[in-house]
Every structure is written in C-alpha cells, then in structure tokens.
Design a protein around this ligand. Structure first.
Ligand code: TYM
Length: 329
C-alpha cells in the first residue's frame, strides 16, 4: 500500500484551484492508500498572520477539508504544528540543504522580486520544511498541483542526498500523484496565471452565489474573435478551462463553437460559467457552514489525526536519529 501525503497552507480559505488541483484527488486517494492530509500552519507563518487569524484559518481549512468529503476514519487529517517531530526532521534536513540551491527555486526568486523588504529565512527554507512534511511519513506519493512541482523535486533531492550520505535506503523518492494525468493548473479570473490565495483572483468554496456571480461577471476577457477560428487569447482560454472543470461537455462545446464562429457573447459565457460554478460550490458551502460551527467535532478530528501522524512521525525521527549517529549514553 502506498503512503500518500499532501497539505494545504492555512492562508485563507480553500479556492477552486485547491479543490481541482489537489483535494479532488485526495478524495479518490483516501479509498485505497495510507493517507496523511494536513494543514500547513507553520508554512503560513512566512506571511505573519495575527494569532487570531492563525487559529481561525486552521479551523476553517479543517472544516473545508471535511466538507469536501475527506474522511477522518480513512485518512489522518491533522494540523502540522501538532506534530513537533516535523520540526526536528526539518532541522536535520537543513544541514544538507545548500543555500545556493534554495536561492535558485522559482518560488523563492518570485518572493525576492515581489517582497524585497521581507526575504525571511523561512521563505528560503520553505522547500526543506515541505520535504520534512513529506519524508516524516516516508511517503512515496504526493498529490500536488503544477505550482508545487519544483518543491516536490527538492524533496526527492533531499531524500536521495540523505540516503547517499548515510549509505542507507531509508527515504523513498516521493513521486507526484495525479492518477497518471498531467498536473493541473487552475487559472484565475484576472486573465493570466493561476488561481491563488494572495492574488485575489479566486473563487472560494465558501463564496455565496452573489459573490461568485460578481467575480465571474468581472473576469477579464478580450475584445472578441475577429475572424473564423481565430486563436484564443489567454483570458478566454482560462474561462474555457474553468468551464471544463464545472460544466458539462455539451456546454463547453457549445461556447467553443460560438467562439470559433465569431458568434460568442462573453456575457452569456460568463453567466453560464457562474451558474455552473454555483451549482458545484453550493452543496460544499452548505457542508462547510454546518461543520465549522461544530468545534467539538473539529477538535476530535484534529486530535485523532494528530495521534496517527505523531505515531508515524516519531518512528521516523527515532530511526533517522539512529542513522545519523545520535546515541544514548
Ligand atoms: P497551497 O496551500 O498553495 O496549495 C495547496 C494545494 O493546492 C494546489 N493548488 C493548485 N492546483 C492547481 N491550480 C491552482 N491554481 C492551485 N492553487 C493551489 C497546490 O498545488 C497544492 O497541492 N506549500 C504547499 C503546502 C504544503 C505541502 C506540503 C503540499 C506544505 N507542505 C507537503 C504537499 C506536500 C502550499 O502552499 O500549497
């Protein structure tokens, strides 16, 4: 049986990018694997949440996980900071992570460019903490969206390096897991790039109908096709990609044909897209609202998940300490 691990940062609510890039696959995976799904609250500290926000975000992501159908009886669902063993493995892996390779990662370079006044060491070693998350359960499969591909590659590098250094075959090299499909990149509504938490271009699972409608109707488009079969611009491609996720194949074909014939009215396309997103999101939102009020249930799930994760994590740390050479007197 495979050990699957994945996480979501507790920076705000879950959006459609998280759902279609990651959670949708978690739901399938929990049926036949040994699964660990967690909420990455240590990682969220690179953005300095207030103590209130830190806790509330963790709580809402937990409720959202459960609302999508993740089953705490089948998978360990836990909060990263409840498993202190992760920080020890993070420290140990940091000793074999080179500053140069960390500086070269795309996400770090992005941060240096976008927030030059706050390039903290947590950002630099972000991939090491992610590797610790993965390797702590000796996971061999990691469902992620396209944006996390490089971080996963770093985790493989650190696993291989550890094995080589200590001449052991201890850590598996974790592979991306997407049922053989390509890793997904769900686009945002602002015409370019992925749907993200910080970009403000996303639709959240908790969004109400009116908000979804407003966001979709405001989505960036272009001035329309000028000739039969003219190439599709990025903002329109993005709307088709979103439609492909939530609408029927017939609906998508209908609008693609309209585009090809230069008969498309973007207002109609958006109206249909908003309607289909609402249809998709509404039952999940209802579940979220029900679950997030049940603090007792959330506490129980987090406790049960942490117990299972700590059991596996402490075994790994004990073995790693032994491999490295820590001995009791
Ligand atoms: P985060 O919280 O940004 O995203 C969580 C998951 O959602 C996927 N995702 C997307 N997939 C497709 N299209 C999008 N627009 C989109 N936006 C987000 C991400 O690929 C991810 O799978 N550092 C991680 C959290 C993390 C983690 C880990 C993940 C910490 N430790 C260990 C896997 C394994 C993060 O910030 O993801």
């Amino acid at each position: 049986m495979d050990t699957v691990l994945s996480g979501i940062r507790s920076t705000g609510n879950l959006h459609l990018g998280n759902y279609f890039g990651a959670v949708k696959n978690f739901l399938k995976m929990q049926e036949e694997n040994n699964c660990y799904f967690f909420i990455a609250d240590y990682h969220s500290l690179t953005t300095y949440p207030t103590p209130e926000n830190l806790h509330n975000s963790v709580k809402s992501v937990l409720a959202e996980y459960l609302a999508t159908g993740l089953d705490p009886e089948k998978s360990a669902i836990y909060v990263q900071s409840d498993v202190r063993e992760i920080t020890e493995l993070y420290l140990l892996l940091n000793m074999n992570a080179y500053v140069g390779e960390l500086e070269r990662t795309t996400s770090f370079k992005d941060k240096v460019r976008t927030q030059p006044n706050n390039v903290n060491a947590g950002l630099l070693t972000y991939p090491v903490l992610m590797a610790a998350d993965i390797l702590i359960h000796r996971s061999n499969k990691v469902p992620v969206g396209k944006d996390q591909e490089q971080n996963l590659e770093m985790a493989r590098k650190f696993a291989k390096r550890f094995n080589y250094m200590y001449k052991v075959d201890y850590f598996p090299e974790p592979q991306p897991y997407n049922f053989g499909e390509n890793l997904v990149k769900v686009p945002g509504l602002d015409g370019s790039g992925k749907m993200g938490k910080t970009a403000g271009n996303g639709i959240y699972l908790i969004d109400e109908d009116k908000i979804i409608q407003k966001k979709v109707m405001r989505a960036v488009t272009d001035s329309g096709p000028t000739e039969i079969n003219s190439p599709v611009s990025e903002p329109i491609k993005n709307l088709f990609t979103l439609m492909n996720l939530v609408s029927t194949a017939d609906t998508l074909d209908f609008f693609k044909e309209k585009y090809a014939n230069c008969e498309i009215r973007y207002g109609d396309l958006k109206k249909q897209l908003a309607e289909d997103i609402i249809k998709f999101v509404t039952p999940i939102r209802k579940n979220i609202l029900e679950i997030q009020g049940d603090t007792e249930y959330l506490r129980k799930v987090a406790k049960q998940g942490a117990e299972k994760a700590i059991e596996s994590a402490s075994k790994t740390v004990k073995e790693v300490r032994k491999i490295i050479g820590f001995r009791e007197f």
